[in-house]
Design a protein around this ligand. Structure first.
Ligand SMILES: [Ca+2]
Length: 561
C-alpha cells in the first residue's frame, strides 16, 4: 500500500506553503477558550460553489460571508467526496466516504438507520443540539423527531423543502418541527433563521451548544426573496472558456461529457428548458443574498449575547455547481466547479484573515467539530480534523489527497459512475461501467481542466497516472477491504429526454481508430508502464511469429498428436 503522501515530488508541498505555515505558527495566538467547552454553529448552504463568495467574485454580494473570512480562516481547497446532496451530507455527518456509509444517491435508503452521526457524540458530551433545515438523505426527514441523529431540537424540511409556503403540487408547505408537521409561514431562508435564533435564545447559556443550520438556498429552481428579486438584473457573468461546443474543447474529453450537453444537466437542454444561463446565474446569486443575510443575523446574535468569543461558526457548501463549464450544468461529476466548495471557519482556535492551501474534504468536518469540542476522533472515521491546520498543527495526521466517488443514478443516466483521486496539484478521473476515457489533469498548470494528460508519453506523467490509479483503488476499499458499488432499486426510466434538434453524439477519439488487424491490438491489455511502447513492440513481434513457431514445432515433433 502506498503511504500517506503520493510519493512524487510533483505533489510535494511547495517552499512557499511551508514558509506560510511556519509564519502562521510564529504569529498567531488563539482566542481564549477558558470559559469551558466551545460552542459550534455549522451552516451548510445547498449547491454553493467554491467561488460563490463576494471576496472571490466581485460581481456578487455576500458581505457577511466575506466578513467571516476576514475574521477567520478560508480553506481555499475544500471539496466534497461526492458532489450530490444526500451522499455529501451523510459524509459530513458521519465522517465516512459513501463506500462506508452507503448513502449513494438522493433516494430513500434504510442504511440511514445504522449510521452514527457526530452530533450524537456531542450530545453525550453534554452539548445542547439543534437541527434546522435540510436533512435530505435516506428518507429520514419525514420520520425525524427530537432526539434523531443526536439533535434535541428538530426543525426540518421535507425532502428539498420549498422556498415559499406552497409546494410544487400547489399545496401548503410543511416543516417537521420535533416530529409534528407545521405549516411553513414565509420565505424559507428567513423562516429557518428565525427558528434557529429562537432556539439559541431558549437554550441554557451555561452549557455548550451545537447548531446545524442547513439552508434550502441555493438549490435549483432558484427563487430569490422579494427583498433581492431583480437586484442583479444588470450583472453579466463571464462565459467559461470550456463551454463552447468546439473540437478543441472536447479533444481528450470523455465522450459522455459532450453527450451530456443535450440533456437535463447540459447546456444545450438545461432542465429541458430554453434556459438563459445568465438569468439562471442571476437568480442563483440573488437567492444566495438571503442566505448571506442569515449568516449575518446568526453572527450578530452571537455578538449581541457575548457568545462570539466562545463560538466557532463554520460555513460550507454541500457540493459545487456548474454554470456551463465543459458544456454542463448542475453537479455530480468530478470537475472542479462541481466538487469544490466554500469552507470558512471563525472563532476560538481559528486564525483571523488566513487562507489555508491544504486539501480539505467533507469527511473531515465530523472529526474537526468533535476536535473543537474536545472529543477524540472515532477510530472508524475516514476523515481527519483540520482544527489548528491554519497554524501548522496536525499535518502529520492528514493525507494530501482524497478519493472522489459518484455512483450512477437511473434518474439522471448521462453522468456515469465516476471515481477520482484529487491531490493538491493533480486529479485522476476514471469513469466506471462504460466505454470511455480516463482523465488526468495537472491542476497547477491547468486549473480549468482543459488538457487531459492521460495519454501523455512524458515518463513523469505516466508514473503519476499509475500511482494515482493504484492509490485510488486503495482509497475506495470499504471497511471490509472490498471494492463494492452500491445501488438502489430502479422504479422509472429517468430523465432521458434530449432536444429534438440534437447535435451529433461525440465521435470516437481519433487515437482509438484502427483498420483490420492492427499490430498493437493487445496494447491496452498490458499494464501501463514508462517502457510500455518498447515492451508492446517486443511482445507484438513475438506474437506475430507465433504461427510460424507453431508450424515449426509440429514439423519437428510429428509424434505429438
Ligand atoms: Ca446540494
Amino acid at each position: 500500500m502506498v503511504g500517506k503522501s503520493l510519493k512524487l515530488s510533483l505533489v510535494a508541498l511547495s517552499c512557499a506553503q511551508i514558509l506560510n505555515a511556519s509564519a502562521a505558527i510564529a504569529s498567531e495566538t488563539n482566542e481564549s477558550d477558558s470559559n469551558g467547552k466551545k460552542n459550534v454553529i455549522y451552516i451548510i448552504v445547498d449547491d454553493q460553489r467554491y467561488d460563490a463568495l463576494g471576496f472571490m467574485n466581485p460581481l456578487i454580494k455576500t458581505p457577511n460571508m466575506d466578513a467571516m473570512a476576514k475574521n477567520g480562516v478560508h480553506y481555499k481547497n475544500a471539496f466534497v467526496t461526492t458532489s450530490l446532496s444526500s451522499p455529501s451530507r451523510a459524509s459530513i455527518l458521519t465522517g465516512l466516504y459513501v463506500h462506508n456509509h452507503h448513502i449513494a444517491d438522493n433516494n430513500p435508503n434504510t442504511a440511514v438507520k445504522n449510521l452514527k452521526f457526530f452530533p450524537q457524540e456531542l450530545k453525550k458530551a453534554g452539548y445542547q443540539t439543534g437541527f434546522f433545515g435540510k436533512w435530505h438523505f435516506g428518507g429520514a426527514d419525514k420520520d425525524a423527531k427530537a432526539g434523531f441523529a443526536g439533535f434535541d431540537r428538530w426543525v426540518g424540511l421535507l425532502g428539498q423543502g420549498d422556498y415559499w409556503p406552497i409546494d410544487m403540487m400547489g399545496n401548503p408547505s410543511k416543516l417537521n418541527v420535533d416530529g409534528k408537521l407545521v405549516p411553513q409561514k414565509g420565505y424559507i431562508t428567513t423562516e429557518l433563521t428565525d427558528y434557529a435564533i429562537d432556539w439559541l435564545d431558549s437554550i441554557d447559556k451555561t452549557k455548550p451548544f451545537f447548531m446545524y443550520l442547513g439552508h434550502k438556498g441555493v438549490h435549483a429552481d432558484f427563487e430569490a426573496s422579494t427583498k433581492y428579486k431583480g437586484s442583479m438584473k444588470n450583472v453579466t457573468f463571464p462565459v467559461p472558456a470550456s463551454e463552447a461546443d468546439t473540437e478543441e474543447n472536447y479533444k481528450g474529453k470523455p465522450l459522455w461529457v459532450k453527450n451530456q450537453r443535450n440533456s437535463w444537466h447540459g447546456i444545450d437542454f438545461p432542465y429541458n428548458k430554453n434556459l438563459d444561463i445568465q438569468t439562471f446565474q442571476r437568480d442563483y446569486y440573488e437567492t444566495l443574498r438571503s442566505v448571506d443575510d442569515s449568516v449575518g443575523q446568526v453572527r450578530q446574535y452571537l455578538k449581541d449575547h457575548n457568545l462570539d468569543k466562545n463560538t466557532v461558526v463554520m460555513l460550507m457548501g454541500d457540493n459545487g455547481f456548474m454554470f456551463g463549464e465543459h458544456g454542463l450544468t448542475d453537479k455530480r461529476n468530478a470537475y472542479e466547479e462541481s466538487m469544490r466548495v466554500p469552507l470558512i471557519a471563525e472563532g476560538p482556535g481559528f486564525s483571523k484573515g488566513k487562507q489555508v492551501e491544504e486539501v480539505i474534504a467533507n469527511i473531515d468536518i465530523a472529526p474537526t467539530i468533535l476536535d473543537i469540542a474536545g472529543i477524540k476522533r472515532p477510530d472508524w472515521y475516514d476523515g481527519h480534523s483540520f482544527y489548528g491546520l491554519d497554524q501548522g498543527k496536525g499535518k502529520q495526521d492528514r493525507k494530501d489527497f482524497f478519493a472522489y466517488e459518484y455512483f450512477w443514478e437511473y434518474d439522471f443516466p448521462y453522468t456515469p459512475t465516476i471515481f477520482a483521486l484529487r491531490s493538491s496539484d493533480w486529479k485522476y478521473i476514471q469513469p466506471y461501467g462504460l466505454w470511455d476515457k480516463e482523465e488526468l489533469y495537472n491542476l497547477k498548470d491547468d486549473p480549468k481542466e482543459m488538457h487531459n494528460l492521460i495519454d501523455s508519453t512524458d515518463p513523469k506523467v505516466i508514473v503519476m497516472k499509475i500511482e494515482m490509479r493504484k492509490q485510488l483503488y486503495q482509497e475506495l476499499k470499504n471497511k471490509d477491504g472490498d471494492n463494492v458499488i452500491p445501488y438502489n432499486e430502479r422504479n422509472h426510466r429517468g430523465q432521458v429526454f434530449r432536444h429534438a434538434d440534437a447535435p451529433p453524439m461525440a465521435d470516437i477519439p481519433s487515437e482509438w481508430k484502427r483498420d483490420y488487424n492492427p499490430a498493437d491490438k493487445y496494447h491496452d491489455l498490458f499494464p501501463d508502464s514508462v517502457n510500455k511502447k518498447e515492451f508492446v513492440e517486443k511482445v507484438t513481434k513475438a506474437m506475430q511469429s507465433r504461427d510460424a513457431a507453431v508450424a515449426e514445432f509440429i514439423k519437428v515433433h510429428p509424434e505429438v498428436q
